[in-house]
Write a protein that binds this ligand. Structure first.
Ligand code: GDP
Ligand code: IMO
Ligand code: MG
Length: 438
């Protein structure tokens, strides 16, 4: 029987979703993105060749797979065209294999200006956004004034709506943010030119999914960001502006809640976060000055923890089962995919956070607000490291015993199976213990 599988990040993003989506796409006919935008950076490595995708689903490298962008995704035409051009340079035919929902909110130049102006105004309290206009585009959607992909089908209506919305935003840019205004005519001309490439790709994505489901096809839903960046359930306000949890697959694509058969939660074997906000198990290290915690340095260096979208250093730290256990519930995770285990290969001892100490009391419940997080101190258990390579291990029994024990401990603490294990960036460096589609 065909299945719908959702893949989501369980931490603060960059868990390795892209790699795993690409890997298990051999079992599907289509991959659907349902939230976020080009703030995502999903890295695929196939036989040493690296591809970074931002907006295009990570099924694009398999020629028999259709890629769908659901209405929950905020779409920058500039970013999409750039990404398409890069893939087409590598001889991939994108246009015929990519479809876009008319319901996707458009990201336009004034969203980017607003994103950056807001961040500048927040000063030290900046979120550390990707600067891609994601938040302002979602705000326009919720405020019911935004332009959508479907609006590109009627040029004069598009021009009218754009004029209204730009009048509003330019007022704020000029008078509140002391920022130069964005030129209307230039924005319109550019959008209409880009629209000629986008228009042929517009289809009713939800209906396409229903047709594929009725044809008994497997479908993969690819999340972006991670559960702790969810607008409702993450470490607010240090979050992104979409629902990054598995429920987003429902609201952002058009399927119903009973249509999800399995949720694969991607868990990095340690934790990273890029941008501001709480991070209790962080091992503070700064790459520019090369100062800070030696384990933080090791994780950053071995894990190449630099953002795939902005190139910023990712903050790194120990695995945190308090936030993960909440994340598993938020997402109704069926099974875990543990990634980047090999990054821990050299460590002599490894810690897992199992509770927080808050005002002298131990708690297994994550704090509610960013302020509450500031007084949460991690309580750790410590396990011996394995100090040998796990890269590309193809059987669980071939893993060092200490690595097996680390994985078993995660299973015990989460009461979930580790169904997939990743021990290197390449598609080949993966061990599928239970395939979510079987
Ligand atoms: P995503 O946003 O969740 O798709 O993850 P990113 O692509 O932003 O970041 C994950 C990084 O780790 C990428 O550079 C991947 O190539 C790399 N990666 C993925 N899985 C593994 C793994 O098991 N081991 C190692 N060493 N690197 C991995
Ligand atoms: P993938 O899909 C990691 C973070 C930003 C910032 C916050 C808000 O590659 O895992 P935004 O531009 O979305 O308004 O920024 O969210 N962020 C990510 N962090 N991985 C991502 O995507 C991210 N997308 C956004 O760094 O802290
Ligand atoms: Mg990423």
């Amino acid at each position: 029987m065909a299945k719908n599988v959702v893949i989501i990040g369980t931490q603060w993003g960059d868990e390795g979703k892209g790699k795993i989506v690409d890997l298990i796409t051999d079992k599907v006919t289509s991959v659907v993105r349902f939230q976020g935008g080009h703030n995502a950076g999903h890295t695929l490595v196939i036989k040493g060749k690296k591809t970074v995708l931002h907006l295009i689903p990570s099924g694009i490298l398999r020629s028999n797979v259709q890629c769908l962008i659901g209405h929950g995704v905020v779409l920058s035409m500039s970013a999409l065209l750039k990404e398409m051009a890069e893939l087409e340079e590598a001889d991939l035919d994108v246009q015929s294999r990519l479809s876009i929902s008319p319901g996707c909110p458009l990201i336009l130049p004034y969203h980017i200006a607003l994103d950056n102006a807001r961040e500048a105004k927040r000063g030290k309290a900046a979120i550390g956004t990707t600067g891609n206009g994601i938040g302002p585009a979602y705000e326009d959607k919720v405020a019911r004034r935004g332009l959508r992909v479907g609006d590109l089908l009627d040029e004069s209506l598009f021009a009218d709506k754009l004029s209204q919305v730009m009048e509003y935003h330019n007022y704020a840019l000029e008078n509140y943010y002391n920022h130069s205004v964005i030129d209307y005519q230039q924005t319109l001309d550019e959008a209409l030119e880009q629209a000629s490439v986008i228009r042929p790709m517009i289809i009713d994505v939800a209906d396409e999914i229903y047709t594929r489901m009725s044809n008994d096809e497997n479908i993969l839903f690819e999340g972006a960001q991670g559960a702790l960046l969810d607008i409702d359930q993450g470490t607010y306000p240090y979050v992104t502006s979409s629902n990054t949890t598995s429920g987003g697959a429902v609201t952002g694509s058009g399927i119903g809640v009973r249509d999800i058969d399995y949720v694969l939660g991607i868990v990095k074997a340690y934790t990273t976060r890029v941008g501001g906000g709480p991070f209790p198990t962080e091992l503070i290290y700064d790459v520019k000055s090369d100062k800070g915690d030696p384990v933080g340095r090791e994780l950053c260096a071995r894990g190449h923890e630099f953002g795939a979208t902005t190139g910023r250093q990712r903050r790194s730290g120990w695995l945190d089962l308090v936030i993960l256990n909440r994340s598993f519930k938020l997402n109704s995770v069926s099974g875990i995919c543990l990634t980047k285990l090999d990054v821990l290969d050299e460590l002599s001892s490894i810690k897992i956070c199992v509770a927080y100490e808050i005002n002298g009391m131990q708690s297994k419940i994550p704090p509610f607000s960013a302020e509450d997080y500031s007084i949460a101190k991690p309580v750790y258990i410590e396990m011996p490291g394995w100090q040998q390579s796990t890269i590309g291990t193809h059987s669980f029994d071939d893993l060092p015993i200490a690595a097996q024990n680390y994985i078993k401990k995660i299973e015990e603490l989460s009461q979930l199976p580790v169904d997939v294990l990743s021990t290197g960036p390449d598609r080949e460096e993966t061990l599928i213990i239970n395939n979510p589609f079987d």
